[in-house]
Design a binder for this molecule. Structure first.
Ligand code: FES
Length: 173
């Protein structure tokens, strides 16, 4: 089918994004976490760690990952997270419900795990500053306690028990 120039005059812009600012506008976009291939055997997860907005562009980084299960279950060795860094993981299943969690590996080697997105306005907690007691959201600096998930402004994040089990990360959801 060929469209003439006048056909386009009847079109109405539904939405657009010029990728201004420093983070993805989560009122327009969402991170699709689909560990079962999305119907086309795709093994990519779309998570906060792989996407960034920079200089008016959306940058999506493809990373080699390792899978341990037929549905794209990730291997999650503790050593996959360098000390002082963090990684986001998709957990759960279509039937049970899915969630994104961030596992932080502190400088002392201990780990913390929380939900991936800030409840205030969707800030990527994986990009926040942290210490042993709290994670500070990079967007508006709410400081969430690792102990109970609360912050002074009233929002709360989910904090998940996390442990090293024979070198593998185990997160309780
Ligand atoms: S989005 Fe996290 S503090 Fe606003």
């Amino acid at each position: 089918m060929t469209l003439a120039a006048e056909d386009f005059t009847r079109w109405q812009l539904a939405w657009q994004d010029e990728f201004k600012g420093k983070t993805l506008d989560l009122s327009k976009w969402e991170f699709e976490v689909n560990a079962e291939g999305g119907g086309n055997n795709e093994l990519q997860y779309y998570i906060t760690n792989n996407a960034q907005v920079k200089d008016g562009l959306l940058l999506i980084e493809a990373r080699r990952e390792h899978y341990a299960g037929p549905n794209g279950t990730r291997e999650a060795p503790v050593e996959a997270i360098p000390v002082g860094e963090d990684r986001a993981f998709a957990v759960g299943s279509e039937a049970e419900g899915r969630a994104q969690v961030v596992v932080f590996r502190l400088r002392d080697g201990s780990m913390r795990a929380t939900q991936a997105l800030c409840p205030h306005a969707g800030g990527p907690l994986a990009d926040g500053q942290l210490d042993a007691a709290k994670i500070v959201c990079p967007l508006h600096a709410r400081a969430f306690s690792f102990a109970d998930g609360t912050c002074a402004e009233g929002e709360r994040i989910r904090v998940h028990p996390v442990r090293d089990e024979n070198g593998q990360i185990v997160v309780e959801i």
